[in-house]
Design a protein around this ligand. Structure first.
Ligand code: GDP
Ligand code: ZN
Length: 327
């Protein structure tokens, strides 16, 4: 489906890309050329803190450390240039320009990269636990602000009785109307998985959403075989030594799932109303139209967003999420 990003979002995204490209070019110009092997192309497929695992174009996995002159930290999903240091060790020399970058703000308020080149953020909800609409909207806003297209998956539809089906249809209609793709699935009944496979073909994706909605189950259902899943089974946050590692799991039809507990916790870092408003695509036509420039779109007089709400153009459920996100 063609585009829901506002022009302002697109401009911001283009500016971030241009700045990153500029840094990259400066860094590449300064790169020493004394490494042993030839410069090769690869993909970062695991991120164990200081050490990374790079998959070469021939499918070999090599443990790599980033060259100290790199200005940015390579993360899962990065396309890199690397050189072999010895048989199973290498050095990452360059990071190729990133299409997208997933970040979170750490405890010190610094942006930390989590995954690169993600094409879709899959927001999973289920019939049980009952969908948390505020959380769904927060994740949608976070995705919009990261300029990565979100997609909703409503899982466990095998649990739908008539009443639940009704509530589910209303939810699906709300998000469809906003232009989002909503897919239904049941990992237990095997329903909807082909459609999800198709929709994700060739794309890099991450899973987010409430605990217990079936993210691990979906991940396992979408990966081709036992081998691909090795290490993927950190079931709902119960710690094993692999849980802090971000990993890329290739899907059979191209594309990949990138997963780690940190990535599953992707969310909205901002509390700035002007910023958050950019994450509501249906607000776009009205932003800048309020009487007061610093309008918070709550009870302010002359508010164009409230007018749109009263005219039924903005859905009251979405406005309620706006209120709770910015209160
Ligand atoms: P996560 O916390 O989001 O990773 O959720 P899990 O994948 O661990 O699933 C939580 C629980 O929901 C498990 O007991 C699963 O067996 C169950 N579950 C997952 N998918 C489905 C489904 O499609 N239908 C039903 N009825 N249960 C499911
Ligand atoms: Zn307003």
């Amino acid at each position: 489906m063609a585009r829901r990003f506002t022009q302002q979002q697109q401009r911001r995204f283009a500016r971030i890309q241009a700045e990153r490209q500029h840094r990259l070019e400066r860094r590449q110009a300064a790169q020493p050329t004394d490494a042993t092997g030839a410069l090769q192309h690869g993909t970062v497929v695991a991120n164990h803190g200081a050490e990374l695992e790079v998959e070469s174009v021939h499918g070999a996995r090599v443990r790599c450390t980033p060259r100290s002159t790199l200005l940015e930290t390579p993360v899962c999903g990065d396309q890199v240039g690397w050189r072999a240091a010895d048989a199973d060790q290498g050095v990452i020399e360059t990071i190729l320009p990133r299409r997208t970058l997933l970040q979170r703000i750490d405890d010190h308020g610094r942006a930390r990269a989590m995954a690169a080149n993600i094409d879709r953020i899959l927001i999973v909800a289920a019939l049980q636990p009952e969908p948390d609409r505020l959380l769904i909207d927060r994740l949608l806003v976070a995705a919009e602000l990261t300029a990565i297209e979100p997609m909703l998956i409503l899982n466990k539809i095998d649990l739908a009785d008539a009443e639940a089906r009704h509530a589910m249809d209303a939810l699906v209609a709300l998000y469809h109307q906003l232009g989002y793709t909503v897919l239904e699935s049941s990992t237990i009944a095997g329903h909807g998985l082909d459609a999800i496979h198709q929709a994700l073909s060739g794309l890099n994706v991450i899973f987010t959403g409430q605990s217990g909605v079936g993210k691990s189950s979906l991940l396992n259902a979408l990966l081709p075989d036992e081998q691909a899943r090795t290490g993927a089974l950190h079931s709902s946050g119960h710690g094993t030594h692999t849980t802090s590692t971000a990993r890329l799991y290739p899907m059979a039809q191209g594309g990949a799932i990138i997963d780690s507990p940190g990535i599953r916790d992707f969310g909205l870092d901002s509390r700035d109303p002007a910023h958050i408003a950019q994450g509501f695509p249906e607000f776009a036509p009205f932003l800048g139209q309020c009487r007061f420039r610093n309008c918070r779109h709550l009870d302010d007089s002359g508010c164009a967003i409230r007018d749109a709400l009263e005219q039924g153009i903005i859905d009251p459920r979405r406005f309620e999420s706006w209120r709770r996100m910015t209160a």
